[in-house]
Ligand binder design. Sequence first.
Ligand code: SAM
Length: 271
Amino acid sequence: MKRPLRKCLSAAAVGLRNAALGGSLAAASLLRQPREALLFVNETLFLYQTFAGRRRLPQRPVLEVFGQCSAAEIRLARLPGKMWFHSLASYAIDLVSLCWVCRAIEPRVVFEIGTLEGYTALHFALNTPPEARVYTLDLPPEEASAPLLPTTLMDDAHIQGARRRRGYLFDSFPERAKITCLYGDSAGFDFSPYSGQVDLFFIDGAHSYEYVRADTLNALRCTRPGGVILWHDYGRVGVNGVSRWLHELARQYDLACVPGGSLAYLVVPAR
Ligand SMILES: C[S@@+](CC[C@H](N)C(=O)[O-])C[C@H]1O[C@@H](n2cnc3c(N)ncnc32)[C@H](O)[C@@H]1O
């Protein structure tokens, strides 16, 4: 079977499974809005896992773990139509948690895989010390070459979105000066200049098991002991390899996740 067809079939199977598990009489009223209906059942299952204690990583709020400051001002960009403050509240929790970690650990070097329009890169720049550098890696915009490892259907949509992008959300902000855009496939990128140099590493590129695993192994090489690695989209119930890989990694490392959000994180131990 051709790979795109297999991907579509597996996404449809996951959609049907989620509709069966997370659907309710209330959701039936959304049947004329299939996209909203799917988001509703996915989020219902996501919340269910949180409340039922079915998330396999321990849930720890970053405000408790990263307690270097007792109160911090975080800076949020006002970007109408582009914000993570939409009807899925878990995104807002993720963004606030990312900003809090930045305020608490004051990273000098941030590395992100997955720039898209630069929303999270901008928030790293807004919430780090003035001398911090934010490196953000995405696939080259002009090349249509196939990714080196398998991707999910949602990844393919993001990759197309990133290629259509004109400019970044951070372009009009003075903090733009802190951000360096890098281009390449994360599975083939030369991370050696960043080895042991990174204070905060954020993994939000492709979400297949193969990519998240490869990106994590690079992040572990790049992040200094005491630095923090964060993954986005842990526990989301669509086609997503993040959870499978992180459950494997948790056998070796003390990972945690944000209650009600999809951020997972690790404070890198001494080697
Ligand atoms: C979920 S989006 C990132 C969202 C972003 N962090 C934000 O602020 O909204 C995923 C991004 O990863 C990029 N990406 C996918 N596969 C990649 C790869 N192999 N190497 C580098 N970037 C990749 C996509 O082009 C897309 O822009």
